[in-house]
Design a protein around this ligand. Sequence first.
Ligand code: PLP
Length: 485
Amino acid sequence: MFNDFKLIEGRPVYIQLKEYLKKHITNGNLPANHKLPSTRELSALLSLSRNTVLTAYAELEQEELIYALKGKGHFVSMVDIARGSSPENIYWNEKMNAAAISAEEMDLMKHGVKWEKGMISFNSIAPDEELFDMTNVKRSFMARMSIEGEILLNYGYAKGYRPLMEYLKNYMEVKGVDLTDKDILITNGFTEGLDIFLSSIHRKYSSVLCENPTHYSAIKLFRLHGFHITGIEMQEDGVNLQRLEKELGQNKFDFAYFIPSYHNPTGIVTSSEKRMEIIRLMAAHHIPIVEDGFNEELRYSGSHVAPLAAFEGLGNSVVYIGSFSKILFPGLRVGWILADKELIYYLESIKRARTIHTSTLDQALLYQYLHDGYFEKYLKKAKMVYKKKYEAAIQACRQYLPYKKLSGDGGLHLFIEFEDSINTRSLLTKCLEKGIVFSPGDVFYTNGQGGNTLRLGFSRLTEKQIKTGIKQIGEILKKSEGLNK
Ligand SMILES: Cc1ncc(COP(=O)(O)O)c(C=O)c1O
């Protein structure tokens, strides 16, 4: 006993000693009425100051875990401890519901390729943290905390932190969205926004229409909420409208989901003409649209294209879900839903029931950072860096990969389609041996297709890694049987 006492740096020592002794009392190692070493003995044994031991003992006494007998020392109190005679052993896997089982099955973090140090990984489309301007993040945090730190640390409103809500409404107005009869709800990123929407919408047909391929997290959530997914193939300028129209004529849908800008995984930006047509078609069939606006700012060339929410003007069918996860800091987990007032009224109650509200601290920090203009400066720098990586990736693909189609109009990833004879899962296995990984494209397909596709996320790699990695994929491909056939 006592020889396993190890100190953690920076934490008050008396608390560590108190917790150590408490653990041994509550787990029964120190039984009732057992005499503890004197404060002098224990301080010598553990090389601690006597004061430290005295304080720890005093606190344990206060909690009635030990008692003192005048002139005799300290003893362990009678404590109810969890020394169950027949410990209950529940098989939790047998108690899981269908949603939990299917969430586990679809969890690529558990079942996908694991990242190892030294690998060149094209898997991630997270921002490059080397770009984060920590000085201004800290400045924003300190500034907001000094203005209303106490308020930020208390409960906030389910709908969100007011200054941020106002900022985002203006942000959306600047994008061309008419705010008449619209309202906003702050969420924990896009993903929670979609989850809240899916939890609220009446499943009359249990059916969703979307682009094919599409965002894997959205596919997972659709499945977990019991929606049947119908995917419409993508063309160079967005979804295939003929197919979309045909599908709308034949089947019923509760809503549609589109990623019009820098679509994940194809990187395609839907043209203005198609955006208008999507709005027209959906309105004709009375189908609400969930618009995923996650990447809109990462434009390196070409002109601004307004979101679907702007194209619908005074209409109320677009549910715009935004996020700063790619263009700023995903760790803050702040996103928003801008939609019809009445819908937000209900979503607010779901949000309150689920998580009460998104962390006010996160929202306030983000607000101050945005308000002070640091976002614009950061974005300028980030776009410059990402543009170079994007160009390096395109250049390397053109030089080294025998692709059939390459897409990606901006953003943080490219999508590649090979001839049907190439299976990107087999390619991945071979690449893995050389320390290169990417996302096989089939996971993004709603119908099991895409075995000959892959997504290359380049945001967190250096230009050199991008070139080396793509060159190696090309060499492996050339050597592989699929190509030599
Ligand atoms: C299509 C799409 N939408 C939204 C997001 C962002 O999700 P979140 O805000 O929950 O981090 C991502 C992230 O990869 C994405 O690919």
